[in-house]
Design a protein. Sequence first.
Length: 232
Amino acid sequence: RLLVLLGLFCVSASAIAAKSPLNWPWHGVSIQNIDFSPDRFKGILKIISINSVQLRLKPRMLAEVKEITSNDALRQSLHWADLMLDECKRAGIVAIISIEGYPIDPLVGYNHTSPKFWINSNNKKDVINLASDISKHFAKRGPELAAYQLLSEPVMLVGGKSFSPPKWNIFAENIIEAIRRNDPERWIAIAPPPWGLPSSYKNFEPLPFQKIIYGAHMYEPHNYTHQGIRHY
């Protein structure tokens, strides 16, 4: 129940010409750090054949579920990721670290889909600082950590409609720069707003960095891809 198909990733032609990520092309699963013990990962690897895994760190959700502070939830999330990366190293597969749910403190009363998040520059600074802290924590990891991913589904919701957040490209560039200052050689996965959908690539300009992976979330039609989830 904690496994979902890993979203499709694609690398720009220039990146492929230079170098591809380890174990590319990736095929794997996505696991979140809510009630999933790293000990269970060995059993999963005996059942399915994968060469990658997306580790979805959700400190905000963890803080809500366990009723702990966001700082404690972040520390627990990083510890969980370290244990999972150890398992990946032993198994010879690679991991993509994904940080999801902003601001990570649920007490603020809104999340990164709200205009309040995008209007307040302090929220963006917090995400950039988090990207810096995360990359410092994992910078010495070996090839078992293939990439970072932050804000995999950027969107701003207004009146139930989806919009691209203002100045998204600048924000994404600042996140990448913060990571690269600590971990310059790791790949970074991003997806364009809104929602990282394939249609979001219309008129999209690639970012001016190397080793960038552009993701696409292939959920159309939802009645098929989301069977058994929520009201589907």
